[in-house]
Design a protein around this ligand. Structure first.
Ligand SMILES: NC(=O)c1ccc[n+]([C@@H]2O[C@H](COP(=O)([O-])OP(=O)(O)OC[C@H]3O[C@@H](n4cnc5c(N)ncnc54)[C@H](O)[C@@H]3O)[C@@H](O)[C@H]2O)c1
Length: 372
């Protein structure tokens, strides 16, 4: 088991500062250096936490010799620091989603990581929520039969691209888009729920015209290698009373589920999984989840199909996860402490996600189905 003692952060914006706070002092990790193009952002955190600060990540890597680097620059700016970490032979790198915004960059990162032996993982915190982990577990162990058709949407309030990064919001929304910022989550999460299935072909439409990001919204279909079809949509132009809306529903041969990952207008957070009878199927699923500390209430529905619902609330102990602890789970996994349900996105998973989002964008642009 490898120890992580020195950690450095590249990009001290919203997420960089949050991860620096989460990791500093956690399980023997010290955040010893932080870097931002705007040095005052790095200096501010460094002075409060007795760390060094830089505005040049290559200089930081050469001087600080970190065991772990966390990359939290904006979506299209992950590649250069990733390559520099490989060049500097950093053992562990944690990159915010998405890994890159092009397939070519993702492959260049893979080549560099193979040469240097750098282990790279991509932070997708949605995988860490026990309710979503219940879906992954019950599908992978066959409790729902075969998945057939589903939909997932992850949308942001229009205030995200217009306001979240203060006066830099316009810049962020111009260099990113809901494809990179949000569809990355959608695709990664579906890969987790449906593992080991892979996307075989995609079709998408997209457009702009609300705030002018390219695109403002996308709607697509993923066909998986076992024939499962998932409809996915994303926009960051939504007028809603929450910051994010995240929803997934799926129909399987022996059941299905509805998952409200966020609250919304007249909507509560929670998960309902239906499992067809006999009743012991649902009871066994309930026991299996209890083994992982997840609690579900069992209810019966007998018309027209004998079916049993497992209902999950995030308010119950063991059913929720603190979003802010994501980077700690990833750091633990580098140190060999994996939890059985937290299958984290490794480099190949990150590349696969980039390939699917790239294909969706290409499909929308060229108005045709893209085979992967
Ligand atoms: N995991 C999640 O759910 C989640 C949520 C929000 C954002 N993110 C991701 O986190 C990343 C960062 O988002 P954010 O909201 O913190 O953005 P941000 O704009 O607040 O921070 C990015 C920082 O990186 C700095 N930077 C850019 N290029 C640099 C370089 N070459 N060297 C040093 N610093 C550089 C910028 O100056 C900025 O301070 C994005 O990829 C985003 O998609 C993930």
């Amino acid at each position: 088991m490898r120890k992580i003692e020195k950690c450095a952060i590249i990009g001290m914006g919203l997420l960089g500062t949050a991860h620096a706070d989460e990791l500093n002092g956690y399980h023997g990790i010290n955040v010893t250096a932080v870097c931002d193009l705007y040095p005052e952002k790095a200096k501010d955190w460094a002075e409060k936490n007795n760390a060094s600060w830089y505005d040049d990540f290559k200089l930081m890597l050469s001087k600080e010799n970190p065991d772990l680097v966390v990359i939290t620059t904006q979506d299209p700016y992950h590649t250069e620091p990733l390559l520099a970490c490989c060049e500097a032979k950093v053992p562990f790198v944690l990159c915010e989603k998405p890994l890159t915004t092009s397939v070519e960059d993702a492959i260049a990162v893979k080549d560099a990581a193979q040469k240097s032996g750098t282990q790279i993982k991509v932070i997708f915190p949605n995988r860490l929520f026990p309710l979503g982990q219940s879906i992954h577990l019950l599908i992978s162990e066959g409790y729902l039969g075969e998945p057939k058709y589903g939909e997932m949407r992850i949308d942001d309030n229009i205030s995200v691209p217009l306001n979240l990064w203060g006066k830099n919001s316009k810049n962020f929304s111009e260099i990113s888009s809901p494809a990179y910022f949000l569809f990355s989550h959608t695709v990664d999460l579906l890969y987790y729920y449906l593992a080991p299935r892979r996307v075989k072909k995609v079709f998408a439409v997209s457009s702009t015209g609300i705030i002018g990001s390219r695109p403002d919204y996308l709607d697509g279909y993923l066909t998986w290698d076992d024939g499962t079809i998932t409809r996915i949509k994303t926009e960051w132009t939504k007028r809603i009373d929450t910051l994010v809306e995240n929803y997934c529903q799926m129909t399987c041969t022996k059941g299905g589920f509805t998952f409200n990952m966020t609250t919304g207008f007249k909507k509560e957070e929670g998960l309902q999984i239906f499992i067809d009878g006999p009743k012991e199927n649902a009871e066994n699923a309930q026991k299996r989840l209890k083994h992982f500390g997840i609690t579900a209430e069992l209810k019966s529905f007998t018309d027209p199909i004998e079916s049993y619902a497992l209902e999950f609330s995030p308010d119950v102990d063991g059913n929720d996860f603190n979003w802010g602890d994501g980077s700690r789970v990833y750091a633990d996994s580098f140190m060999g402490k994996d939890s059985q349900l937290s299958i984290l996105t490794d480099l190949d998973g990150g590349i696969e996600q980039v390939r699917v989002v790239d294909a969706l964008l290409r499909s929308a642009r060229e108005e045709k189905i893209i085979e992967l």
